[in-house]
Write a protein of this length. Structure first.
Length: 206
């Protein structure tokens, strides 16, 4: 399976609290949750639905898994009009969680990955199928990129500067060159950028 990631992100790189202002979103004093709500146009909604439809399985970090299980895991296709493909995919396809602490997950179809995570993810990628998708999960996405396990990454960039909150990429960290595969913008100014990792960047020499 091809491992792909999809992340909603602000112009200043924040991923925290995109969907609302829950207690989870307010960790570390964050008070600006919900910055992505209502921002995308119909084109972006269609793109997200199509992406979920392609998934053969999902890989989550613990925090994102618990947020999704508490929402999508309890909804039916009739509960979220316009997002039926997302609901159907999440509730019918295998889900894997990278966690050393999660036990007895209640969401049907969930398997917890503990121990050697790199080997476990490599094993999933070697299995037959189309896409193993990661949604949200900034910590997990960073780790997967650092370990060379991401085949393709999609950034849904909302045109807003939040000014606080957890960012997808740290101030200092490993470097990575990217090839742009696709780029589009919807009627509300939300851009979708699809990249493939391309080794280390080339730097100018003196």
């Amino acid at each position: 399976m091809k491992l792909t990631t999809m992340t909603q992100i602000t112009l200043d790189g924040v991923t925290q609290g995109n969907g609302g202002a829950s207690e989870e979103d307010r960790r570390n004093g964050f008070e600006r949750g919900g910055w992505a709500l209502g921002k995308g146009g119909e084109e972006t909604t269609a793109f997200i639905n199509q992406t979920y439809q392609r998934a053969d399985a999902f890989l989550f970090g613990r925090r994102t898994y618990e947020l999704f299980a508490g929402s999508w895991g309890s909804w039916t296709v009739g509960d979220v009009p316009g997002w039926e493909p997302v609901t159907r995919a999440l509730n019918t396809r295998p889900k894997y969680v990278a966690s050393a602490t999660l036990a007895d997950p209640a969401w049907s179809g969930t398997t917890v990955l503990s121990g050697d995570l790199a080997a476990a993810v490599a094993g999933l990628k070697a299995a037959p199928g189309g896409e193993l998708q990661v949604h949200g999960g900034g910590t997990l996405t960073r780790w997967l990129l650092e370990n060379g396990l991401v085949d393709e990454m999609t950034l849904i960039v909302v045109p807003v500067i939040v000014g606080q909150g957890a960012r997808l990429f740290p101030e200092t960290g490993p470097d990575l060159a990217l090839d742009l595969v696709e780029s589009r913008v919807d009627a509300k100014g939300v851009t979708i950028q699809v990249y493939r990792p391309a080794g280390r960047p080339q730097y100018a020499t003196a």
